[in-house]
Design a protein around this ligand. Structure first.
Ligand code: ASN
Length: 317
């Protein structure tokens, strides 16, 4: 359907209204504070920064379907990066790298039904990190320390803004409670993640999700997985996901079959697994805009961005 001149004028004025919002600077200062404290924390912990890539021969298959975002270039198909999960595993083949992170733009062309969730953008940034020969417990403790460090830095550096937005300084959480997906589902039913988020006042871990092939199966309890998400409280929902990774060729193949992953797409990745061998790693990634949204207590994650990236947004630019 074609856009009428009147609709176009309304879209433009709504777009300009979003750009001119008086609260925008405070939100951006908080987001900048998150990134700045994260860099400082990673530096302190000797986690090495890689630059992001935007086009990849293979990218995250994700656990839900999105509209394809790919181009042809030099006789090859290149996908816009959905996450750098495989590049984290590949980079850690380098013997001198043990811990890496990336401030990584991700493009996920979400379907229209995700426009109203308040949590989805079709383009966002995640801080993605991965450690060689570390496990779930290590990454969970690392992330808890990172959140405490970032929140404490924001309280120290931007107290007036935090108080203006939240009425008080940020709580500094220590150890977060852990729930298992199957237990919450039994207690709360299908929508357990959102329900638990809504009734909680503190962020919590949710472990054992059934999802992409690269999250490691717990061989002491086959059919369960060594993955972990952070769920922001008060209904803000998922803010981080991560896992120990499958690294053995036969197990990767088995998990690809179980998850219905197209092996042809991943043939070069599989060759590396077979010939070179991946190293055991564990990691995670947190959504920068989602953390900003939680800290600023915003209704929709799209309020964090200058330019609307809500799925099927009608705003311009
Ligand atoms: N960054 C996530 C991870 O490390 C993957 C994702 O974004 N889907 O597990």
């Amino acid at each position: 359907m074609e856009t009428t001149i009147l609709e176009k004028t309304t879209m433009l004025s709504e777009t300009l209204k979003k750009i001119k919002r008086p609260e925008l600077k405070d939100i951006l200062k908080i987001q900048q504070g998150i990134i700045r404290a994260t860099h400082e924390f990673m530096h302190k912990k000797d986690v090495v920064q890689l630059m992001p890539i935007m086009l990849s021969a293979i990218t995250d298959p994700l656990n839900h379907s999105v509209v394809d975002a790919s181009i042809n270039y030099a006789d090859q198909k290149w996908s816009l990066t959905k996450s750098m999960i495989f590049h984290k595993q590949l980079a850690l083949i380098n013997p001198s790298l043990d811990a890496i992170y990336i401030v990584s733009p991700n493009v996920r062309l979400e379907s229209k039904d995700r426009a109203g969730t308040g949590r989805h953008l079709f383009e966002f940034t995640q801080v993605d990190f991965e450690f060689k020969r570390k496990d779930k417990e290590f990454v969970m403790a690392f992330m808890e320390e990172l959140i405490a460090f970032v929140f404490d830095s924001l309280n120290k550096q931007l107290p007036e803004i935090i108080i203006k937005l939240r009425g008080e300084l940020l709580p500094v959480f220590k150890k977060l409670i852990t729930y298992r997906t199957e237990e919450l589902e039994a207690e709360l039913g299908e929508d357990y993640e959102f329900k638990k988020s809504k009734e909680s006042l503190e962020p919590f871990w949710l472990v054992n999700h059934k999802r992409e092939f690269y999250d490691k199966e717990d061989m002491s309890k086959p059919g369960t997985f060594l993955n972990y998400d952070i769920i922001w409280p008060e209904g803000y929902g998922e803010g981080l996901s991560g896992a120990e990774r499958e690294y053995e060729y036969t197990q990767i193949l088995k998990r690809m079959e179980e998850t219905g992953t197209n092996k042809e797409v991943f043939k070069d990745y599989l060759s590396v697994a077979k010939q070179e061998g991946f190293i055991p790693t564990a990691g995670a990634g947190f959504g920068v805009e989602r953390m900003t949204r939680y800290i600023c207590q915003l209704k929709d994650v799209d309020e964090v961005t200058v330019f609307s990236r809500k799925p099927y947004s009608e705003l311009m630019f």
